[in-house]
Structure formats: C-alpha cells, structure tokens
Design a protein around this ligand. Structure first.
Ligand code: ADP
Length: 449
C-alpha cells in the first residue's frame, strides 16, 4: 500500500494532490523551488524539501534532485501532476528502476504516445480515425511541400514533440508554407529540443472534444465521457466543459469506444486523455493522447462524481477499478474557467506581482482549485494560471448562470486576470447557445471592444 507520495509539481495541482492524499490517509512530501517557499502546497504538505533555484530547469525539471528527495524522504510513489516531468518517459523509467511507483502510465506508453506521429500511427492501426496528413515526420522542405500539396491546403505544420500549442503553424499555399515550415521547425527546436515536424490537414472551425480514460493494471479500460475544450486562445485552452453541448448520445458512444480502443493500443494504464477534433458534420479525428492528469480534470469529476486523483493513486497501487462503464453516469453539467494572471487588454501579457486582496467565490455548485491567497506573490518563472473556477449544476443553464455569478464574486486585487474576460464570455449569446468552435475566441475578441 502506498504510504507516502512525493509531489513533483507546484501550484494548484500540487495542492489538489495534497488534498487527495489527505483524504486517503497518505503522507505527502512537497518539493519546491526557491521562488515557491511561500507556496500553499509547501505549507500544507506533511514535509517539504527545496530542490533548487526558481527556474523550472533548476528545480521542477531536475529528475536527479527529485529522485534524491524521494529517496531521502523515503516515499514509495511520485505524482508528477501535469507539465514539467509528467510526460517524460525517461523520468518514469528512472522511478521504475528505483522501485518508486510513478503515478501514471508505464514509460513504454509515454514514449509511444509522446511522439505524436507514432501515436497517430498506433491508433490508426486499430481503426480510430485520424486527421489526414504525412505518415510520420517530414524530413526535407521538398518532401514537406509535396506532402502539403497532396493533402491539400490549408494545412497545419505541427511539432512531433509538441505541447501547449507551440510549434504549430498554418499555411494556405506554397509560398506561406515555405515560410511557416521553417518557423515551425525553429519553434519546435527551441521549445522541445527536437525540430521534427509533421503535416496535417487543417480542419476549419472544429470543436476540440477529448475523452477521459481510466485504465487499471488488470486490463480494464473505461471512459468518463468527454470535455469540450473548444474555447482556446493560440491553441491553448481557456474554458472547458462536460458534457459537450455539441455531442449527441450516439456520437458520444461511438467516440467513447474509439477512445478506449486508442488507449488499449498503447497498453495504457492510469488516467489519460484521448483528444479529437470534430467537424460541423460530426466527423471526428484523433489528434493526440495526453499521458497525464490534465488541468481540466475537475469538470469530469464534477460531472461524474469520480475523484480522478484518488483513482490514479489506487491504480498505481495495483487496485482494480471497482466500477464498470455502465456505472458511469453523466449527471451534472460542469464548466471550468482558467484564471490566468494575464492582461487581456494588453494581448494577454503576463501580469505577475503581489496579490493584494484575494477572495474566492463559494456557495452551491462552486469549486475553486487555486493556490492563491491575499499577499501571495506570483513568481514570473512559471505559467500564468493561478486558479480554476469550476461551476456545476443539473443543467448547462444552471452551470452557466452559476459561473457568471461566481466570477462576479471572485476578487483578485493588485494584478490583472482573465476574470472579466470569462464574465463577458459567460454572457455571450454564441457561447450560451453552445456554438463555440476553436475559432470562437478570435471572433469574440474582434466583436468585443
Ligand atoms: P498541443 O499538444 O500543443 O496542445 P494539439 O495537437 O493538442 O497540440 O492541438 C492543440 C489545438 O490546436 C487543438 O485543440 C486545435 O485547436 C488546434 N489544432 C491541432 N491540429 C489541428 C488540425 N489538424 N486542424 C485544425 N486545428 C488543429
């Protein structure tokens, strides 16, 4: 039985993991950088060890220091959260070889699904539809142009090692393609240390719909329904909800089956996500698998009533999932707004600094996952998300009204945040009608002064 977990992350997800461990009676060891001494996860964990300087590359990305901390702290498992080392197959392997349980899939599955080209090929072989594109990375510019013409413009150039919407460029003809191809390669090289890119048909105005998977180590693979993450800015999610206002019961069933097939093809264990793009006609295409817990996991938790972090820990502990597909009910509607320390009026420039007053909303159907508090200093070294507001109710209408109400109560003084933007979206007829595609944000920003 797992008795002590090292949390190899920071911010709200580190806090979320501390909370799950507390309820399970598991001890926690936080690791932190010099910039996070005041962080809530450090204060609330049972123990804490400083692992280095403020930059991620000096702390949360240092596998060697994290494993040393795990050994000193005598933990039996590591939860990687999201980002940082969560999808690093080598780190998972190191944990495996030190006999420390990595709370996530086996390193083999991370490797397979972490390369987007291999992932697409793997799921295609078991009959899951994929976006038409190059079979694997394109090696030269000549080959790339030839492939783009064959697929037909517009196309999207994507980093094989991609993530967080980086290394992605759209081209509408040969001339723009030549330019964007080099930009994408450079961006990918800089962001991931791997310049390899592949090409896909650019699906116009799709919905981003992803399925939550839970798989135990005894061969049971289930899906917990979908999340609609179409509201994005620069391919980065801003709002997520479950269920999707677009999916019919029929389409959910079909996509859910394919999501399970895709996870099975990767011999997947633990929590993971199968991402699809869906066009207006309901054609859907696999784009990638995320082999970790995701930022937006709470909407699935509130919709289904299942605690995903606890399930992750139980699965890593070798336990069987004690429910079946037919037991999973989508009884609530949940919407999540990402609260970022950014200034929407200044092209979403980061707005780090000290929070003066912090007051989080509450009441019926409101959940706030955040590490922020009055007087908290937001370090400039990490991503700008300082919290997530998740509102839920029996219908989408209730969840929407509740979101608007909770956003009106949410006070964060001293810095700029995305709260006013979310409020405007919750009152926007296009969003209210459930018509948002991935093109929504651009249109919304153009429409609103
Ligand atoms: P990342 O791993 O960087 O998040 P994804 O492959 O998950 O990249 O894609 C992120 C977003 O980029 C998608 O949700 C979608 O909005 C857009 N996108 C990706 N591939 C395509 C495509 N083939 N056509 C249209 N949009 C795409």
């Amino acid at each position: 039985m797992i008795q002590k977990i090292l949390i190899a992350n920071r911010g709200e997800i580190a806090l979320r993991i501390v909370r799950a461990c507390r309820e399970l009676g598991i001890k926690t060891l936080a690791v932190y950088s010099e910039a996070d001494v005041q962080s809530l996860h450090v204060q609330l964990a049972d123990e804490a060890i400083c692992i280095g300087g403020p930059r991620g590359s000096d702390s949360y990305l240092r596998a060697d220091r994290i494993i040393s901390a795990a050994e000193i702290g005598d933990v039996d498992a590591i939860h990687p959260g999201y980002g940082f080392l969560s999808e690093n197959a080598k780190f998972a392997e190191q944990c495996e070889s030190c006999n420390i349980k990595f709370i996530g899939p086996k390193s083999k599955s991370i490797k397979m699904m972490g390369d987007k080209a291999i992932a697409k090929d793997t799921v295609r072989k078991v009959g899951v539809p994929i976006v038409p594109g190059s079979d694997g990375p394109v090696e030269t510019e000549t080959e790339a142009v030839k492939t783009a013409r064959k697929i037909g413009y517009p196309v999207i150039i994507k980093a094989v090692a991609g993530g967080g919407g980086r290394g992605m460029r759209i081209a509408h003809n040969d001339v723009s393609f030549a330019k964007e191809y080099h930009v994408a390669r450079n961006e990918a090289e800089k962001a991931f240390g791997n310049g390899a890119v592949y090409i896909e048909k650019y699906i116009e105005k799709p919905r981003h719909i992803e399925f939550q998977i839970l798989a135990d180590s005894h061969g049971k693979v289930l899906h917990l329904g979908e999340r609609d993450c179409s509201v994005q800015r620069r391919h980065q999610k801003l709002i997520e909800e479950s269920p999707s206002p677009f999916l019919t019961a029929d389409l959910r069933k079909k996509m859910g089956k394919h999501a399970i097939k895709a996870a099975e093809a990767a011999a997947y264990e633990n929590a993971g996500t199968i991402e699809f793009l869906v066009d207006a006609k309901g054609n859907y295409y696999f784009i990638e698998m995320n082999t970790r817990i995701q930022v937006e996991h709470p909407v699935t938790e509130e919709c289904t009533g299942i605690d995903l972090i606890k399930q992750q820990i139980r699965i890593a502990n070798g336990e069987k999932l004690d429910f079946d597909q037919s037991d999973i009910k989508f009884e609530k509607h949940a919407i999540e707004c990402r609260i970022n320390a950014e200034d929407p009026a200044r092209n979403f420039a980061p707005s780090p600094g000290t929070i003066g007053l912090y007051y989080a909303p509450g009441g019926h159907g409101v959940r706030v996952d955040s590490h922020a508090y009055s007087g908290y200093n937001i370090p400039p070294y990490y991503d700008s998300m300082i919290g997530k507001l998740i509102c839920f109710g029996s219908t989408r209408k209730v969840a929407l009204e509740r979101s608007y109400r909770a956003l009106s109560e949410y006070l964060i003084r001293g810095i700029k945040t995305t709260i006013p933007l979310h409020k405007a979206i919750m009152a926007d007829p296009v969003f209210i009608e459930g018509k948002a595609t991935t093109a929504y944000m651009e249109d919304f920003m153009n429409r609103t002064p």
